[in-house]
Ligand binder design. Structure first.
Ligand SMILES: [Zn+2]
Length: 327
């Protein structure tokens, strides 16, 4: 043990009092439990995104198609604008030449009357030249605008096409990420130990009417929902208090409450204080509204094939009992 100077010792002596006063009413979730939750979120949440993307794909494809048509239309509009500019340029060049010719001819006039007559032609050609310049400027603006629209349409199409490719790529798998789930499984025993040490009833929450520890709520809900999508109606009994566990020992015909092993009861029932139900980390699963009776039950078969994905394991002696350690 380290020795502290007298002043430091005085500070340390007062610190706990301050700490207790400043602490929130509920203890923080154990670190291992927090990590387990976040690992399972990493494992399962990409599946949610895949479901969302799968649903979105038809409309993403539709958007890409609409935008591709817009690119075709704006391309055609730009070609038309370009043709307009080419024509306007040609007209302008012609008008310039015609004006220059008229001016040159006027210079050669020999009489005043002839000059006046040629002057009228110069004025007329100058007016035509002026008109051709206006048309040329309009055509230039038209091409510029059409090009801006084409670039925007093309960008929008590219973005829509990229969204389709991204969705197709992601929906090629179901999104499940096995690695963090494996890491969570390795942590499960520690989660149980730490949770038991700090457990409060307020650490539980309801998932489809089943009371479970908040730590497992997301993963557990995912499991129930995914089973339902496969047509397997799972439910169950999760959290029970110490008192309920004691009553269950009596109901299930255990030789005594506190010492007889679970297997000695008519229905296997853990000694109070040892059950994972008491910390909301175990669920006795039902299939179609009835407790899963054996390994032949479709409910058991679905769980045996899938539950590990969601961090759940079976206690082999009890086909209905599933927890994060299988204990
Ligand atoms: Zn159980």
């Amino acid at each position: 043990m380290r020795k502290y100077p007298a002043v430091m010792a005085a500070v340390l002596a007062t610190t706990p009092i301050i700490a207790v006063a400043a602490q929130p009413a509920e203890a923080a979730q154990p670190a291992a439990a927090k990590t387990w939750s976040s690992l399972m979120w990493k494992a399962l949440s990409p599946m949610d995104e895949v479901v969302r993307l799968r649903a979105a794909l038809p409309s993403l494809r539709q958007t890409a198609t609409v935008r591709k048509v817009a690119v075709q239309q704006t391309t055609a509009a730009q070609s038309k604008a370009l043709a307009g500019l080419t024509a306007a340029t040609a007209t302008n060049v012609k008008a310039k030449k015609a004006y220059a010719t008229a001016v040159a001819i006027r210079k050669k006039a020999k009489t005043k009357a002839e000059r006046r007559r040629l002057n009228a032609t110069v004025v007329q050609r100058r007016t035509q030249l002026g008109k051709s310049v206006v048309t040329l400027r309009t055509a230039e603006t038209g091409l510029r605008n059409a090009t801006v629209k084409l670039v925007a349409a093309n960008d929008a199409w590219q973005a829509a096409a990229a969204a389709v490719r991204n969705a197709e790529l992601k929906t090629a798998t179901d999104g499940y990420n096995a690695r963090p789930a494996g890491q969570a499984a390795e942590l499960a025993a520690q989660v149980v130990t730490d949770t038991r040490a700090a457990f409060k009833t307020t650490d539980t929450t309801q998932v489809h009417g089943i009371t479970v520890n908040r730590t497992v709520a997301y993963a557990f809900k995912h499991m129930i929902d995914d089973a339902a999508k496969d047509g397997v109606a799972l439910s169950g009994g999760g959290f029970r208090t110490r008192d309920q566990q004691i009553k269950l020992r009596v109901t299930n015909g255990c030789p005594d409450i506190w010492t007889a092993p679970a297997s000695s009861c008519k229905v296997p029932t853990a000694i109070p204080g040892r059950s994972l139900h008491e910390i909301g980390l175990a669920v006795d699963m039902t299939y179609g509204g009835k407790t899963i009776p054996n390994h032949a039950s479709p409910g058991y078969k679905w769980l045996a094939a899938h539950a590990a994905r969601y961090g759940y394991q079976n206690l082999p002696s009890e086909p209905w009992h599933w927890s994060i350690t299988g204990g």
